[in-house]
Design a protein around this ligand. Sequence first.
Ligand code: TYD
Length: 201
Amino acid sequence: MRKRKISRTGTLIAFEGIDGTGKSTQIKLLADWLRAQGEDVVATREPTDSVYGRRIRELYVNRGACTPEEELELFIEDRKLHVKDVIRPALNAGRTVLTDRYYYSTAAYQGANGLDVKQILQRNRFAPQPDLVILLTMPPELSAERISSRGGQVNAFEQLSYLRRVSEIFASFAEPWICRIDAVQPVTSVRDQIRNALSRL
Ligand code: TYD
C-alpha cells in the first residue's frame, strides 16, 4: 500500500473524462443516491474557486496568456489548496468525497499541451490516491458536438483537435482503480454502471 493512503478513513472517488461526457450530472445522481443511504458525501470540483482557479478560468478565453509550464503550475497550486482545505479534512473525517476532475485531468490536458505525462503525475504525488476513478469515455467528435450544442463560447480547452489528444492520454491510463464507462449510453445506464463500480470498494 502506498503511503498516501495511510491514516484516512473516508473514500475518494474522482470523475474524469473529456468535456461534455456528463460528469457533473452523474456526480449529482451518485451524491443523491449515496446520501439517501445515509452516507456523508462531499461533492467538489476542480478547478476550484480559489485564486488559482479564477486565474485558470481566465485562460478559457486567452490560453496564450501563460506558458504550458505556468498553466500546469496553476492547476497544481489549485489542487494543493483543494487537497489541504477540502479533500484531506473530509477523508480524515470519514466522509465520501466525489470530485469532478482530479490529477488525471492534469496529466491528460496538460500532457496534451506538450508536457510529459509521467512527470505531471509525479508532481501530483502530494494528492491522495483515489479509491476509484470513474473515467467517462466518449468519442471526442461527439463531445465537441455536445459542447457546442450547449450554446455559448467553446473555450480554449474544448477544441476538437485538442480533445482528441486529451482523449488518447486518458485512454493510456491502466491503474486498476480506474473504471471506464461508455458515456454515450443513456444517463440512466451510465448511472447504473457507476453504482455497480462502487461495489468494488
Ligand atoms: P471543467 O470541468 O469544464 O470546469 P468548469 O466548467 O467548472 O469551469 O474544467 C475546465 C477545463 O479545465 C476543462 O476543459 C479541463 C481543464 N482542466 C485541465 O486542463 N487540467 C486540470 O488539471 C483540470 C482539473 C481541468
